[in-house]
Design a protein around this ligand. Structure first.
Ligand SMILES: Cc1cc2nc3c(=O)[nH]c(=O)nc-3n(C[C@H](O)[C@H](O)[C@H](O)COP(=O)(O)OP(=O)(O)OC[C@H]3O[C@@H](n4cnc5c(N)ncnc54)[C@H](O)[C@@H]3O)c2cc1C
Length: 469
């Protein structure tokens, strides 16, 4: 049984890794490899440090938290007190660091500058930048070979050909670098890879302004990332905006307006609806992106709906805000047990199902929910959630606390999973409003970006779930 803020949730987990498997073998002297120096990878490093376990963090980017840096202009909706891992805080404070104000909602850039960069500095050369992991296997073992497998070290290959060995792998490589495609059926639209498609959440009113102003822009997607981008684009002069969604109408994105349980979410939807109704944003419902091709007049984006009917729009810029998916290809030689729908570990799927949960109602979970038939390999952080958009840093921190305890052989601590989240939710719209009033954080979106949050939504089976991101 596991307690969540919404009550007690019965959790039955298949246990793949026994304590003996996780701690025995000839690999004990090797470091633990952590893939990715984002918030969760660095939190894993903090817990490994506290446990006195050698580790190496392998980060693909030329800076730590390279994915987060790409949305550095976006302000998160969970305050600092939920964004700082407990072990990281202890290490940092022992080094003389002063934590940022606990109810502050940082931008991605602030998270890096004020928390993650000082944290990474503590680990020195155990954080290796420009180290992209291209594959993980077990030394001398392909996926089929069994006898003695559990004693074999992990073999990690980087894209420059370097190979490293590790006793365990904590894969915190995220999903930001594997966005969903434009194609409506989950396959790339024909020609999608031949035209330029912008990632979700461009810095429309900042660094990317010139890229969009005065251009015809198409935004594809029905989530809060799409809504945030649309509202920012609506601030630009002479910029025709088209918004394409698969659904027959935008009711889900608009939310409940004045009657919405979260006023800020209602405000976001109300403003978006007003722009659509005034014609500032042209909404194309029932748009199933099928084909994209460059023409002399711009990029033609063609929808073909399930009945075969086509509609098309010609634009200069395309913003794909269709969500993310995990890339498990680096672990293809390992034995993974993935949920067929979400691509999360199978045991985790019912706990994070966006049809049932928002991020605030996901129960605490740790090593048992994250284990695979391959002992010692754990995908953690936002990657562990697969396609579920219900991830919070706070849940990722508890994941790595539990996993590191298991690697250390402390199974009592590993299985004592806890999450201290308020019933009112982590991504508080009232905090957003308070902060905006305090410091007038306007980013160009009418009323300030903070008044158009990516809110914590209470989800129903009809609406699907999306959280802070
Ligand atoms: C716009 C936005 C707003 C969000 N707001 C909130 C919020 O308010 N509150 C909240 O709790 N959560 C929020 N989230 C969700 C989540 O907390 C973040 O996405 C968080 O960054 C996830 O941390 P992570 O460490 O799991 O992955 P990431 O931050 O994605 O880090 C993964 C790291 O791995 C590296 N990497 C990738 N592939 C490889 C490879 N092959 N080899 C080596 N390194 C690799 C990347 O460069 C990156 O540095 C938000 C997300 C987004 C996108």
């Amino acid at each position: 049984m596991s307690d969540s803020c919404c009550g007690t949730v019965a959790v039955e987990i298949e246990q793949f890794a026994t304590p003996q498997q996780a701690t025995s073998g000839q690999t004990g002297d090797l470091p633990v490899a952590v893939i990715g120096a984002g918030p969760v990878g660095l939190a894993a490093a903090a817990h490994l440090t506290e446990r006195g376990i050698d580790f190496l963090v392998l980060e693909a980017g030329e800076q730590i938290a390279a994915s987060l840096a790409q949305w550095g202009h976006v302000r998160v909706f969970s305050p600092y007190r939920y964004n700082i891992d407990a072990a990281a805080r202890r290490l940092l404070e022992a080094d003389g660091w002063t934590a940022p104000v606990s109810d502050w909602l940082p931008t991605g850039a602030e998270l890096i500058d004020d928390y993650l960069a000082p944290l990474a500095k503590l680990f020195g050369d155990r954080v290796r930048l420009g180290a992209r992991v291209s594959a993980i296997s077990r030394l001398g073992y392909d996926r089929v070979r069994t006898a003695g497998r559990e004693q074999a070290p992990f073999l990690i290959r980087l894209d420059d050909g370097t190979e490293l060995q590790a006793r365990a792998v904590i894969d915190a490589s995220g999903t930001y670098t594997s966005p969903n495609v434009l194609g409506a059926s989950g396959l790339p639209a024909h020609g999608e890879n031949d035209v330029s498609v912008d990632h979700a959440l461009p810095d429309v009113l900042g660094a990317d302004r010139d890229h969009y102003e005065g251009r015809r822009v198409l935004v594809v997607g029905a989530g809060h990332s799409a809504a945030t981008t649309l509202l920012a684009l609506a601030e630009l002069e002479n910029t025709p905006i088209t918004w394409a969604i698969r659904a027959g109408n935008a009711t889900r994105t608009y939310g409940g307006g004045d009657a919405d349980a979260l006023p800020a979410r209602g405000a976001l939807g109300t403003r978006l609806r007003a722009h659509v109704e005034s014609g500032r944003i042209q909404l194309l419902p029932g748009f199933f992106t099928h084909r994209v091709n460059a023409t002399g007049q711009g990029v033609e984006v063609v929808s073909r709906d399930p009945s075969g009917q086509e509609q098309a729009v010609i634009v200069d810029r395309i913003v794909s805000a269709t969500g993310y998916r995990p890339d498990h290809s680096i672990a293809a030689e390992l034995r993974l047990d993935l949920d067929p729908v979400l691509g999360s570990p199978r045991a985790l799927a019912p706990l994070i199902d966006p049809n049932q949960h928002s991020c605030g109602t996901v129960p605490a979970h740790g090593v048992d929910a994250l284990a695979h038939p391959e002992p010692g390999y754990y995908a953690v952080g936002v990657k562990s959630y697969g396609r579920a958009p219900t991830f919070l840093m706070a849940t990722g921190y508890e994941q790595v606390r539990s996993i590191v305890a298991a690697i250390a052989g402390d199974w009592e601590a590993a299985r004592d999973v806890q999450l201290d989240l308020p019933e009112t939710g982590v991504c508080s719209s009232s905090l957003v409003e308070e902060q905006e009033q305090r410091v007038g954080l306007a980013t160009g979106i009418s009323g300030g970006l903070l008044s158009t949050p990516l809110p914590l939504a209470t989800v129903s089976a009809e609406s699907g779930g999306s959280c802070c991101g």
